[in-house]
Design a protein around this ligand. Structure first.
Ligand SMILES: [Zn+2]
Length: 266
């Protein structure tokens, strides 16, 4: 009986948590407005929890591994067994060493503006919520304001570019010929009140840009930069973003790998 009660309690806690979570979403005025503006109907799960499973979850994270391309000059990755049952140890315990800008990761303001916010201090409200995926034509190297489109009511935007296909060829290593956003586009996004901007390669800024104006423009406005996304399977449109950077303290706190999902809205 105790076990049964415990199970019931756990289930009711889950439903309670889902209700709080989803009613929280419906109270977010910017998101509600943007969805009304774009003609997307409010899905049934806001009133009925029974069909939550119809929503798709896409993992858009590039795994940390010893073969993943690393930004030029950043630390390499090692993944090893600190203890191993195959070698007679009582448990498997892995050890990973990597730079914090490895794979899919966020940049915190302290990456380029010393003495500012670190990754463990990022506002979770910026990391989770409605998100627009904007596809940029295959032949575009520089994402200019004309490629951004109408972002009315949008707070988070991810750019899907030709870069995503780079993840299909990790053996080619880090590539400098990636598509990036221009300083003009960074200023536009900052003016529009965007809180998070993402791109599907290891930097949002043209390789070798003196003074890193794109990073600085975004980071001084406390806009979260999300880099290294894998958007190969993602159609442009509106989703919910769930971006979960590793929480750690120490050193620069300038970035962190981030397990990142997109969830369909209906
Ligand atoms: Zn970075």
């Amino acid at each position: 009986m105790a076990l049964r009660l415990q199970t019931l309690y756990a289930v009711s806690e889950l439903i309670y948590a889902e209700n709080i979570y989803f009613s929280g979403r419906s109270l977010e005025p910017a998101a509600a407005r943007s969805r009304l503006d774009s003609g997307i109907e409010f899905p049934d799960w806001q009133t009925r929890n029974g069909i939550i499973s119809r929503m798709e979850i896409y993992d858009i994270t590039v795994a940390v591994s010893e073969t993943v391309p690393i930004y030029s000059g950043d630390p390499s990755v090692t993944v090893s067994a600190a203890s191993s049952m195959a070698n007679g140890d009582t448990a498997n315990v892995s050890e990973i060493r990597f730079g914090v800008h490895t794979g899919t990761h966020v940049d915190a303001p302290n990456h380029f503006i010393d003495g500012t916010r670190r990754v463990h201090e990022l506002d979770p409200h910026k990391l989770v919520g409605p998100c627009r995926v904007v596809a940029v034509p295959e032949d575009v190297m520089a994402i200019e304001p004309e490629h951004v489109g109408d972002l009315s009511g949008v707070e988070r935007v991810l750019f899907k570019t030709r870069n995503s296909e780079f993840w299909s060829e990790p053996e080619r290593g880090f590539r400098k010929d990636f598509t990036y956003i221009t300083p003009e586009t960074a200023r536009l996004l900052a003016e529009k009140g965007i809180v998070l901007v993402g791109i599907d390669y290891l930097s949002i800024e043209k390789s070798g840009s003196p003074g890193h104006p794109v990073h600085v423009t975004l980071l001084e406005k406390e806009i979260v930069i999300l880099e290294g996304l894998d958007l190969r399977r993602i159609e442009p449109g509106d989703y919910e973003l769930i971006c979960l950077p590793l929480k750690y303290e120490g050193a620069g706190g300038d970035g962190a790998p981030a397990r990142t999902f997109l969830r369909t809205l209906v």
